[in-house]
Design a protein around this ligand. Structure first.
Ligand SMILES: [Zn+2]
Length: 228
């Protein structure tokens, strides 16, 4: 790998590493001033060894035909679903546009796919994100990207909700941010308390959404109002 490889600065120079092109693009896009020190990339060899170990531990034969490629598949899957650990969500919020619009902007039903940090099982749902600009707006496609970066980490829904609200509040210099996430947790629906229909709802209100009850109820009725 040549010394001037574009990936050297983020430690992704290992040729054996399978990172999807979109990850590489996004990492390349990072503004050096904004990028925090990134931890190393996902170590797929280590995941492969660990998955073999789990299979053996539950009483399986990791070498039987059906399981032979499983450690490798799981390693690639974890590299994908946890790629947000190696991305900076602020890179999507670096370009803001001046706009006199000072009413609420709401993006509803952003698909959220995350993994709970307690069981490493999928959490699937949707996020609703609103903000009141303070002279600057961001491209609408950027907010779902930010959601995705934060979701692709071992997460707790409460923390994801708050991280998202605080990040948008800070980076957009907004007058207010509201984040509501509704999600189903596999660790509750497939095991344990076994409540297949339960949905977990979290919300974080900042700025005007926190201070003004009328603004808060407006966003809540825009998000939930039409549902029976
Ligand atoms: Zn869980």
């Amino acid at each position: 790998m040549p010394a001037n490889s574009p990936l050297d600065h983020v430690g992704l120079g290992r040729p054996s590493l399978a990172v999807s092109p979109s990850v590489v693009d996004e990492l390349d896009d990072l503004d050096d001033d904004l990028a925090p020190p990134l931890r190393g990339p996902v170590d797929q060899d280590r995941i492969r060894a660990a998955v073999r170990e789990i299979l053996a531990a539950v009483g399986e034969d990791p070498d039987r035909e059906g399981l032979r490629d499983t450690p490798d598949r799981v390693a690639r899957m974890y590299a994908e679903v946890f790629q947000g650990l190696h991305q900076d969500p602020r890179s999507h919020l670096a370009k803001l546009f001046t706009q006199k619009y000072d009413e609420m902007v709401l993006i509803k039903d952003i698909r959220v796919v995350s993994f709970c940090e307690h069981h490493l099982l999928p959490v699937v749902g949707r996020a609703h994100v609103a903000y009141v600009p303070n002279g600057m707006v961001v491209g609408l496609s950027k907010i779902p990207r930010v959601v995705d970066v934060l979701a692709k980490r071992p997460q707790m829904q409460e923390r994801l909700t708050e991280e998202l609200a605080d990040l948008l509040m800070r980076e957009l210099d907004a007058k207010g941010v509201a984040v509501v996430i509704e999600a189903s947790h596999s660790c509750m629906t497939i095991r344990g308390v076994n409540k297949p229909d339960s949905t977990f709802v979290t919300s974080a209100m900042r700025g005007v959404f926190k201070d003004r009850p009328a603004t808060r109820s407006e966003v809540m009725s825009l998000i939930f109002g039409a549902r029976g």
